[in-house]
Design a protein around this ligand. Structure first.
Ligand code: ADP
Ligand code: F6P
Length: 499
């Protein structure tokens, strides 16, 4: 994004507002030619950006600078971007602290122990209030406001208090834990009340929605919870005279867009070049993740090391490329995880490599969409092995990027995507030997079997792309008798669905 136009804070005139912790871009640096913006990391941005572009909606979020104010030169193209400021203390307490040291591990099966800190909680409340105020100031009368993810779980209730006229949806991108884990949270009732300010609460999987409904039954009166069997809506909760719907809406990717990109000449040539650079005859295993301890990068490296040690793979015939996006770098468990991964990469290359031929290529960086698509196309085996993941869009992107029907997908049972992508090679990443076996199977998969699997995976993805996800959520949010909330994409298929 390099053609910035400055958007002045406007009137409350947006019919469709997304509120997320991050904007789709963040401030990378302030150069002599002005600010440099980069795409923000993570699946939330990848999924919502095409939706907001089609809808020409407004997006309120943090611009990635702790300077406190609204940065000048915020890019403003199809999507109207609106910056919500955070200062350095709030970044530390609300973002690194409560969001990513309390909620993130708690919601991911306590993979590492969460810290509970009252100061962080107070900061989370203050920042959520600010996001609610900004959303209230942007939304036109009767607008739809779609609040995203665990960083903003108090916003629905706060926004309702400020703007009872707007329709509020909330979507959680990460897993919702079983009640026995969630109940560890000292501020559990406030979080549940915050979410219940929405008209519709969406989870990735039916299991997450059921966990939430069980929790509400325990924390509130059981009779306030009702069953529902309306498409994706699995239950309802009565809050005063309002009915809150609760459902499962598995998020997805812009499958057609990715397929087009991956089928283009630039990507195909770059994929061939990558193969040549890594060694024409070598099989390429690929990992692409934010550097997060939930992603199972360390487990995957250990499994690869095992294959090299027992001779099922050798540096001369197999290479593992691991691209790791820098993420939450000052949070202790992230620092430890990075140190562990980098030490293991060094150990594997030291033990099994030779000059000009290392078994692991590790890049601690973000790559652009073209390079990512070329890597997906060059790979023989895609390794997606999280210990727990709400969905995992990398798995879906890989499938979308393989119109050639090549490549095998190794997918953790603990990724939400495994419930849909059942023709992947599913694996329990906690079981090291099983992971090694499945990785070895993927390396020697019969090509005809591989193509059949990929064909079925792609068929599923074509039907269940990100536009289907947004349509089903917004349809459920609109409900009967409230008119359509669907974005007008200009796409006849979308219009047909609206009718
Ligand atoms: P999460 O939201 O936890 O980061 P997902 O797998 O759902 O996990 O989404 C990750 C998104 O970030 C995907 O769209 C993926 O393409 C992108 N991504 C991950 N790593 C990189 C990288 N190194 N460079 C560029 N994009 C990346
Ligand atoms: O869905 C997971 C998620 O935490 C998103 O909310 C977030 O945008 C993304 O991963 C990247 O994380 P962060 O914004 O902390 O860099």
């Amino acid at each position: 994004m390099d053609t910035p136009r400055i958007r002045q804070p406007g009137a409350a005139d947006a019919d469709f507002v997304v509120v997320a912790n991050r904007l789709p871009v963040h401030l990378d640096s302030q150069g002599p030619d002005g600010p440099r913006w980069r795409r923000s990391p993570g699946g939330l941005v990848s999924a919502l950006e095409p939706i907001l572009r089609a809808r020409r909606g407004a997006w309120a979020g943090w611009a990635g600078t702790a300077a406190g104010g609204t940065p000048a030169g915020l890019p403003d193209e199809d999507v109207r971007l609106h910056a919500v400021p955070l200062d350095e203390t709030e970044y530390r307490e609300y973002y690194e602290g409560f969001s990513n040291t309390t909620l993130w591990p708690l919601f991911h099966d306590v993979v590492v122990p969460p810290d509970f800190d009252r100061g962080w909680w107070q900061s989370y409340q203050r920042v959520n209030q600010r996001f609610a105020r900004h959303a209230a100031a942007l939304a036109a009368p009767g607008a739809t406001v779609w609040v995203q993810d665990y960083q903003l779980m108090l916003v629905p209730e706060m926004l309702r208090a400020l703007r009872p006229d707007v329709r509020i949806g909330f979507f959680l991108h990460i897993p919702f834990p079983p009640p026995e884990l969630f109940l560890q949270l000292p501020w559990r009732s406030q979080i549940v009340d915050g979410l219940l300010g929405a008209d519709l609460i969406g989870f990735q999987l039916p299991g997450g929605a059921q966990n939430f409904l069980h929790l509400v039954r325990r924390l509130r009166r059981a009779e306030s919870v009702g069953h529902a069997a309306r498409s994706a809506v699995l239950g309802t909760v009565r809050v005063g005279d309002r009915e809150v719907r609760v459902g499962a809406f598995p998020i997805s990717v812009d499958a057609a867009g990715l397929e087009e990109l991956a089928g283009g000449r630039t990507v195909r040539e770059r994929a061939r070049q990558i193969r040549r650079q890594l060694g024409e005859h070598r099989r390429i295993m690929l990992g692409v993740d934010r550097l997060d301890y939930t992603k199972g990068i360390d487990q995957r490296l250990r499994a690869f090391e095992g294959l090299l040690a027992d001779g099922r793979a050798a540096a001369r015939d197999t290479v593992l490329v691991q691209i790791a996006t820098p993420s939450r770098e000052r949070v202790e468990h992230y620092r430890l995880q990075r140190a562990r991964i980098e030490a293991r990469v060094g150990h594997i290359n030291g033990a099994f490599g030779q000059v000009g031929q290392v078994p692991v290529h590790y890049l601690h960086t973000t790559v652009d969409r073209t390079e990512l698509a070329a890597l997906y196309r060059a790979a023989d085996v895609m390794l997606v092995t999280p210990l727990r993941d709400g969905m995992n869009l990398v798995a879906k992107e890989f499938v979308a990027a393989r119109p050639d029907l090549g490549g095998a997908l190794v997918l953790s049972e603990f990724a939400g995507a495994a419930q849909e992508l059942t023709r992947a090679l599913l694996v329990n990443p906690h079981h090291l030997h099983e992971l090694q076996d499945v990785m070895a199977t993927a390396l020697t998969l019969d090509p005809a079997d591989g193509r059949r699997r990929m064909e079925e995976l792609r068929r599923h993805l074509r039907e269940r792309d990100v536009h289907h996800w947004a349509r089903s959520f917004l349809t459920a949010l609109g409900g009967a008798g409230h008119g359509s909330l669907l974005p007008d994409t200009g796409d006849p298929a979308t219009r047909a669905n609206v009718a």
